[in-house]
Design a protein around this ligand. Structure first.
Ligand code: NDP
Ligand code: HSE
Length: 441
């Protein structure tokens, strides 16, 4: 890659960096920092150098252009080293990352992290430690990999009354669903590829069951609505139950299946503001822009009262795109250290969370029923009894049984789940195999 041309020439200021973790993201960051060192120095005056790197295994081959002496297994020694000005945490997990970051902030060092799991669980504690010390805690890479979304929410959209955010914010699951639907690859094979490409978390359940997207949407909701939303406030469902059959039926009906994350803020009937945040697999019309987001790419739609709808799109996972986001934060934080001030987040209140049963959406249902006269009428009556209106229905014969595929009009979750309970107790219904939300055009 070609480095950006010099636009500024200034006196250089040396910033010594301690790096915690040198895996997919950390190693790519060292490469990027080395490649861009001179260009950044010319443009910003910052002479960035990595002084020490903490890892678990000193014997691993890292293929990075730094001597063995910079590596240690003692992360705390890096944080406590008075010669180090700025800490980058890309080790993952909650502990010891939380303790190390807190210690760094308390010592007056700025911190850059990509750790969404940590921020979604302990963000408020860390943001206030950064504020108390007057230093930066920056985390662009924690949401949607290489896509700038955190800074736009924190800065560019700071005055915008944001109503809704929706998108694809996990690269691994989007990669798996794309490979399954476009190339007929099995779930397990696609997951293995995502792991080899450095998209997946160490424990891939975190991606596949929606925890990763849940953590990211908690961070986004906190930034967008200015209240403390944690991963525990997010309802999440993953993609492990999606079958190749569901994907085929969805395609036949003009949809694809995507793992979506959504956060919204609205005023309830009592005039109080409520926040909702959730992650769920959904049928997306093939004509919708999200249907074109494939592989490890992510896309985030932000809807604001004044600005209307914005879309952010790009690589959502992988070492180098993520390192790019970390690098931007490092330059920002290093610049602020030089000028002796930080970019802060204020105190956060807890929000009222929207009751999940009142959330509304159209649904896709996939039922196995007996193939006899009158069955369809019985099934349709159950939907009607619970106030769930049917938008479309398809039937496929399977010998003595038939497969019924319904798409409903927008319905409350509580009505839909009562419908499913009643369907399950009908003798002509063998099973309700899949229930997925559908998003509108
Ligand atoms: P890796 O597992 O590839 O790397 C983790 C690194 O941290 C390794 O170098 C490991 O050492 C080191 N490490 C782990 N625990 C310790 C410890 N207790 N003490 C010292 N070193 C430790 O993870 P990634 O690079 O993929 O991810 C890093 C962070 O970035 C995570 O928080 C992840 O969620 C986040 N992230 C990742 C993205 C991606 O696409 N991969 C995208 C966006 C965010 P060793 O090498 O010796 O095992
Ligand atoms: N495992 C994450 C994903 C990495 O697949 O999106 C990027 O945060």
């Amino acid at each position: 890659p070609v480095s950006r041309s010099s636009v500024v020439s200034m006196k250089s200021s040396s910033i010594r960096i301690g790096l915690l973790g040198c895996g997919n993201v950390g190693a790519a960051l060292v490469q990027l920092l080395t490649e861009q060192h001179e260009s950044v120095k010319r443009r910003t005056g910052l002479d960035l150098s990595i002084e020490a790197i903490a890892v678990k295994d000193l014997d691993k081959d890292r293929s990075i252009p730094l001597p063995d002496e910079v590596f240690t297994t003692d992360s705390a020694s890096i944080v406590n080293n008075p010669e180090i000005d700025l800490i980058i945490e890309v080790m993952g997990n909650i502990e010891p990352a939380r303790e190390l970051i807190l210690q760094a902030l308390n010592l007056g060092k700025s911190v850059v992290t990509a750790n969404k799991e940590l921020l979604a669980a302990h963000g408020a504690e860390l943001y206030s430690a950064a504020e108390n010390s007057g230093v930066d805690l920056l985390f662009e890479a924690a949401v949607a990999g290489g896509i700038p979304i955190v800074r736009p929410l924190r800065e560019s959209l700071a005055g915008e009354p944001i109503t809704q955010i929706r998108g694809i914010i996990n690269g691994t699951t989007n990669f798996i669903l794309s490979r399954m639907s476009q190339d007929g690859v099995s779930f397990n094979e696609a997951l293995k590829e995502a792991q080899e490409l450095g998209f997946a978390e160490l424990d891939s359940t975190y991606d596949v069951e929606g925890y990763d997207a849940g953590a990211k949407v908690a961070i986004i909701a906190t930034l967008a609505f200015g209240v403390e939303v944690t991963s525990q406030d997010v309802q999440h469902e993953g993609i492990s139950k999606i079958t190749v059959e569901d994907i085929k039926f969805a395609n036949r009906l003009g949809y694809c299946i995507k793992l979506l994350a959504a956060a919204e803020q609205k005023v309830n009937e009592n005039g109080n503001s409520e926040v909702g945040a959730r992650v769920y697999p959904a049928l997306v019309p093939l004509s919708h822009p999200l249907a074109a987001v494939n592989g490890s790419f992510n896309a985030v739609f932000v809807e604001g009262d004044a600005v209307g709808e914005l879309m952010f799109y790009g690589p959502g996972a992988g070492g180098r795109p993520t390192a790019s986001a970390v690098f931007g934060d490092v330059i920002d934080a290093a610049g602020n250290l030089q000028r002796s001030h930080g970019a802060l987040i204020g105190a956060l209140d807890k929000p009222n969370m929207i009751s999940p049963e009142n959330l509304e959406s159209p649904f896709y249902l996939n039922l196995k029923v007996e193939d006899q006269p009158g069955v369809l009428a019985q099934v349709a009556e159950v939907f009607g009894n619970h106030g769930v209106s049917i938008q479309s229905m398809e039937q496929e014969g399977m010998g003595s049984e038939a497969r019924l595929i319904f798409i409903t009009h927008s319905s409350r979750e509580k009505d839909l789940f009562s419908t499913i309970n009643s369907l399950n107790s009908l003798s002509v219904v063998s099973s309700v195999d899949s229930v997925l939300r559908v998003i509108g055009d």
